[in-house]
Every structure is written in structure tokens, then in C-alpha cells.
Design a protein around this ligand. Structure first.
Ligand code: WTA
Length: 647
């Protein structure tokens, strides 16, 4: 923790949309009368039929139901594209920066409209209708945004699967939502390396009962891929056959917009379902106020569209606001560790939003690669995905932003649809490491283990006491799991899964997950998923996975593995298991450390005591807590003795 405070520079307080007094009054209005507040701000998007109802939500156990603007009718693609054509048709909507610095492309709103409509026609011709699910498995190329908006235009529901996920993970996600159409590319390109996306799709489809009906393949690298006649078609060829006119479907505010799979503490990834009206209002409003976005600004969020940050803050929020949004295909250290800063100079980026893990890794390369770039266009910096440690915050502030750019440390989740806790640059003083204060309409509370609401400065678990428009509506196909996961721990409240501290100024400091979710380089991973991948290996009898502090990634994956009788714990097997998990889930799930353990610490009833495993992985041998309920206390000695230490 840091006790430094940075006051709001007066020019920011004057120029930004809101200063502190304004924040206080708007915040009070938003929570005192959400119907009036959101009734007004809901008008920021265009409606074919205006809503007359605003908030209709309940967190009551057994009756959780969330509806916003429910009788309004609109269309997300219309709001992100069509409504801008008259005033800014020739303005750049998307700047695409390729993996190679020699490749970039500007797409105006008019061009965007044409591309989206063509693809929507291609989908419609293949039978995709309102409510149908379409899986998108694409690299960071403009077609990813076209595909999202084409689905939205038809009222179809997209489910994006991050290109780093394996065929197995992809198959599970396609099957779970029953999508009959996949949009992919021949290959992806990242840091000069190719990713066999179409081959992964083929391998995934082979596992899906009934297969899928259509695969649309963008030619990204031109690499050779197998095309199944009747099922597979090249994107460019299909688009050449259709017109670029396609009316926007009339969509109800509560019709689904997208599903995004995310990891939880138990079982398989859940299909987080977001709907249309409330989501878009919230994404666009947060994008405007938090990044203090003004017309003409060049805005860059470095996330991948495979994660929620890419949905809300590369595509939907910025485009709803008529912004110029930059989409980057590559990685921060290719071809050099100056890449981010070079791109900022090349495209004159004003607002830059990235993750602490990227900052930490670039920080390791020292100041020179940053300082040899100008970055004079930068005005605001943002952080998202995991707690930012004060050292990384200070470096970002001092070296990257030259003490001139406020940092918005934005806390939120796939489930929340948009940012919930964050500074506003003209209103909130900054404390390195604190996400500071709630956005309009957000009611955070800190509770203890029993659910008692704590007052004043305190530490406990973070819950949100009432609904906001961007909130997820259900787990796709499993409303009971939705209630169980988020509303049963503290009945009547949305449980975030995060721990947090509130200081005497009422500022929030997120301390990280308190459940069995770990955050590796800002990517959410369920420990249960990695465990089930490990035990699927024929030589593994049992596995327990926990997080451990990692200098760059924030958290690393630490796996304790018990082998089948007679199996030798060799280095070779260790490598084999790492590769196995990569294949089963994807590279982001690779264990950093595997400890072969003859036994795991269990209670007499056979439950693994993860608390102890976590402490050992964290090197906190002195604070293992009560071990008297262990069936075999000797196990712990062995675990400590053989603690893996390669970092
Ligand atoms: C963590 C990403 C601290 C948190 C948008 C949350 C953060 C999880 C922050 C959600 C932040 C995200 N400070 N922790 N600014 N932002 N987190 O669903 O643990 O991929 O619960 O959404 O990331 O991850 P998700």
C-alpha cells in the first residue's frame, strides 16, 4: 500500500466533464433516485421505441431478475454505426494497427457501415436470425468488430472465444450455447508467430455432436487451411456476393446482445449473458466520463476482444460515442519493447488503457525504451484487470505519462459489463493502488464473512447492494447457477468474489479474489478448470491448483500433483503436464510451477485444505493456521520441504 495522494490538477477539474462537486451531486442523484437518473441518461442512445419503464430489478433470493428500459426498442449496431453517418461518416471509427509496424488501416464510419451490413447479409443468407448464437474466434483484426456488429444488427447473440483457447475449450463453448455458425480466420498473427485458428476450429467441430452448419473464414495470413465444402466459406468471397444494405433489426432492451464465457470458482466456465439497452447505455456512459472522452480524441485500449474489456471498451462504448478506437493485433514487446509507445506516437493516441501485467513487464526493460518516444499526445492513462501495485502505478504515472496524465484504475468484471469503481479524472484525487470511488449508480458495500455490513474504514468482501444497467442478466441456460454463484453468499446482494479495503476517505482498494479464481496476467482462470485438465492426464491421480504471487503476471499458477502409483516424478513428466494443460485449455492456463506431492493435505472427511496449499505456494510457512484437523499432518512437512521455487 502507498500513502501518496495526487490531487486533481486544476486544468482537469475545469475541462473534464465532471469536477468533484459535480461528481458528488451526480452520484447522490444516481443512488437516491435511480429511475430518474437512468431515465435521463438512457437517452444517450437512440431508441426506435422509447422506454417508459427504467429500472425493474430484484436481488431477492429465488427471484433474482434484472431488467432495465424493458419496453424500449433499439439496436446496438444502429447506435454504434448508423447514427453517426450523417455527422461523422468520414471520420475514422477504427484505426487498426497490425502485428507488424508496417501494417495499419483506417476505417471510417461509412466504411464500417458497409462492412457490417455486408457481413450481416452473409449471416442472414445462412439462416442466422434474431436470438441465434454465433461464435467468433478471431484475432485482433477489424473483422472481429465487424462480426460483433453484424450479429448485433441482426439481433443475433455473439459469443467470442479468445484466440488463445484450445480446440477443446472452443468446442465446449460452441456446444454450450448451441451456436451453428463460427466466424474465424485462417491463422492469427501475434509477435510474428502464427496461430492455427481454422485448424483449431476444425478440431473443435470434430468434437461437437451435430457439428456446426457454417464456418466463415477471414484470410488473414493466406496460410493454407482445409475448407469443408458446403460448410466453410471465405469471408471475402461471401461478402462479395451481397449488398451493403441491411436494415437493423428492432431489438428489445432486454434481448441478449452477447454471451461471454468466464471462469468461476467451480465447474466449467459460465456463459455470462449481457443484454442490449442497459449494457449499451452503461458502456457508453462509462467510456465517456471515465476516460473523459471528447470528440476528436484518439482512444486506445490494448485488450483483446476475446475478453470483456475488448467488448465494452474497444467496440461498444467507444463506437456508441462516435469515437476513434484503435485496435492492435500485436503484443507489447514486438518488434521491440517500445511498441506501445511507438504506436501512441504513430497514431497520436490521447487516451491509453492497458493492464498492470503489461506495465510491469515493460517496466523491467527500463525507462530508455519509453523515453526515446515522444508520447506528447497522451492525456489520460487507464489500468484494468487486476490490482495495480504502487510501484507499477508510479512508473506508469512518472515515466509513461510524465506526471501529466491522470491514471484511472478501473475495477470491474465480465459480469458487471462496465466499470464500477474508478477515479474520474477531473473529480477524484488519485491514490496509487486504489480504484477509488464508485461510478454513478453503483452501491458498493464491504461485508464480513457473516454478511454484516461494515462501516467506515474497514476490510472485508466486496458486494454491490443494488443493480446498475450494465449488469449481467443470467448465466446462459442456467439461471439457478446465476443466483447460486452471485446472490446466495450474501442474500440480496451481488457478491463480486473480490476482497477489498475501504479507507477513511471512503476510497476502495481491491485486494484480489477471495474465491478459487486466480488472475494470471489479468486473465481469469478457475483453479478447478486447471485441476480437471491435470487429472484428465493418465499418469495423474490427483491435483490441486492455487495462485502464487508472480512479479510480472500478478499471480502465477501453482499446481500440486499426485501421480498414479508407480509413476516417476521426472522433469520430463513435468514438461509433459505443462504441455498437456496448454493443449486442454490454452497457453494462458500453463502451470508456472508443478510440485509432485505424494499426498495432499486433507481433512479427515477427505476435503483438500486449499488454505494450506495457498500458504505454502505463497512461502508463508509460518502462518499455515490450524493444521490439527488434517488426516495426516506429515504431508505438510513434505510439501514445505519440496516447495518449487523457480520464479
Ligand atoms: C480483477 C476484467 C483490482 C478483480 C474487467 C475482478 C481488478 C476480476 C481490477 C475480473 C482493478 C479487474 N483492480 N482488481 N482495477 N480490474 N480486477 O472478469 O479480481 O476478466 O474480480 O474482468 O479482475 O476479471 P474479468
Amino acid at each position: 500500500m502507498s500513502d501518496k495522494i495526487y490531487d486533481v490538477p486544476s486544468e482537469w477539474a475545469q475541462k473534464a466533464y465532471v469536477d468533484d462537486a459535480h461528481y458528488q451531486s451526480m452520484y447522490a442523484a444516481s443512488v437516491n433516485d435511480p429511475n430518474a437518473f437512468w431515465g435521463e441518461h438512457g437517452k444517450r442512445i437512440d431508441w426506435f421505441t422509447p422506454y417508459t419503464k427504467v429500472k425493474n430489478t430484484s436481488f431477492d433470493p429465488g427471484h433474482v431478475s434484472i431488467k432495465w428500459f424493458e419496453d424500449g426498442i433499439t439496436n446496438v449496431a444502429y447506435n454504434c454505426v448508423d447514427r453517426h453517418l450523417e455527422t461523422r461518416g468520414d471520420q475514422v471509427a477504427i484505426i487498426w494497427e497490425g502485428d507488424s509496424p508496417d501494417e495499419s488501416r483506417n476505417i471510417t464510419y461509412r466504411e464500417l457501415s458497409s462492412e457490417v451490413n455486408k457481413l450481416a447479409n452473409v449471416l442472414r443468407n445462412r439462416g442466422v436470425e434474431k436470438g441465434d448464437r454465433v461464435t467468433i474466434y478471431l484475432p485482433m483484426i477489424p473483422e472481429a468488430a465487424f462480426a460483433m456488429l453484424a450479429c448485433a444488427r441482426l439481433g443475433a447473440v455473439h459469443s467470442i472465444v479468445f484466440g488463445g483457447f484450445s480446440p477443446d475449450s472452443l468446442a465446449g463453448r460452441v456446444a454450450d450455447c448451441g451456436s451453428k455458425c463460427i466466424i474465424t480466420a485462417d491463422e492469427g498473427l501475434r509477435g510474428g508467430r502464427k496461430v492455427p485458428l481454422k485448424a483449431n476450429v476444425d478440431a473443435a467441430i470434430a468434437q461437437i455432436e451435430g457439428g456446426v452448419d457454417h464456418v466463415i473464414v477471414v484470410r488473414r495470413t493466406g496460410g493454407k487451411v482445409d475448407m469443408t465444402p458446403g460448410r466453410d466459406v471465405y469471408y471475402d468471397e461471401a461478402c462479395a456476393m451481397v449488398t451493403d444494405e441491411c436494415p437493423a433489426e428492432h431489438v428489445h432492451a432486454e434481448d441478449p446482445l452477447f454471451i461471454l464465457y468466464t471462469s468461476g470458482s467451480t465447474g466449467k466456465p459460465k456463459g455470462v449473458l449481457h443484454t442490449t439497452g442497459g449494457y449499451l447505455v452503461y458502456a457508453s456512459m462509462t467510456h465517456q466520463y471515465i476516460f473523459d472522452y471528447h470528440p476528436g480524441d484518439i482512444y486506445w485500449c490494448t485488450a483483446d476482444v476475446g475478453w470483456v474489456t475488448g467488448h465494452s471498451y474497444i467496440v461498444y462504448g467507444p463506437l456508441a460515442n462516435g469515437a476513434t478506437t484503435l485496435m492492435f493485433e500485436g503484443i507489447p514487446n514486438y518488434p521491440s519493447v517500445s511498441r506501445f509507445w511507438d504506436v501512441i506516437d504513430k497514431h497520436q493516441v490521447n487516451i491509453f488503457y492497458t493492464a498492470p501485467t503489461a506495465i510491469r513487464s515493460l517496466m523491467q526493460a527500463g525507462e530508455e525504451p519509453v523515453k526515446r518516444t515522444s508520447r506528447s499526445s497522451l492525456r489520460l492513462l487507464g489500468s484494468v484487470g487486476e490490482p495495480i501495485n504502487p510501484e507499477a502505478w508510479e512508473w506508469y504515472y512518472r515515466v509513461v505519462g510524465e506526471e501529466r496524465c491522470p491514471i484511472v484504475d478501473t475495477w470491474w468484471q465480465t459480469e458487471t459489463g462496465g466499470i464500477l469503481i474508478t477515479p474520474l479524472p477531473g473529480a477524484t484525487k488519485l491514490k496509487p493502488g486504489s480504484a477509488t470511488r464508485p461510478f454513478f449508480g453503483v452501491l458498493p458495500e464491504v461485508v464480513d464473512a457473516e454478511g454484516k455490513v461494515l462501516e467506515g474504514a474497514c476490510e472485508g468482501n466486496l458486494v454491490i447492494a443494488d443493480s446498475w444497467p450494465g449488469q449481467m442478466r443470467t448465466v446462459y441456460g442456467d439461471h439457478e447457477r446465476f443466483e447460486q454463484t452471485y446472490f446466495s453468499t450474501y442474500p440480496g446482494k451481488y457478491f463480486t468474489g473480490d476482497g477489498c479495503r475501504r479507507d477513511a476517505d471512503g476510497f476502495y482498494w481491491i485486494t484480489g479474489r477471495v474465491d478459487d479464481v486466480i488472475n494470471v496476467s489479468g486473465h481469469r482462470m478457475g483453479t478447478a478448470e486447471v485441476e480437471s485438465a491435470l487429472v484428465a492426464h493418465p499418469k495423474v491421480s490427483e491435483a490441486a491448483v492455487v495462485g502464487f504471487p508472480h512479479d510480472i503476471k500478478g499471480q502465477g499458477i501453482y499446481a500440486y500433483v499426485t501421480l498414479m502409483d508407480g509413476q516417476e516424478p521426472t522433469e520430463e513428466l513435468r514438461k509433459e503436464l505443462v504441455n498437456w494443460v496448454r493443449r486442454e485449455i490454452g497457453p494462458i492456463a500453463s502451470p508456472d510451477l508443478i510440485q509432485f506431492a505424494p499426498g495432499l493435505p486433507k481433512t479427515r472427511s477427505g476435503k483438500i485444505m486449499r488454505r494450506i496449499l495457498r500458504k505454502i505456494a505463497e512461502d508463508q510457512f509460518e502462518s499455515l493456521g490450524d493444521t490439527s484437523t488434517l488426516a495426516d499432518p506429515g504431508v505438510v512437512e513434505d510439501l514445505i520441504h519440496n516447495r518449487q521455487n523457480k520464479r
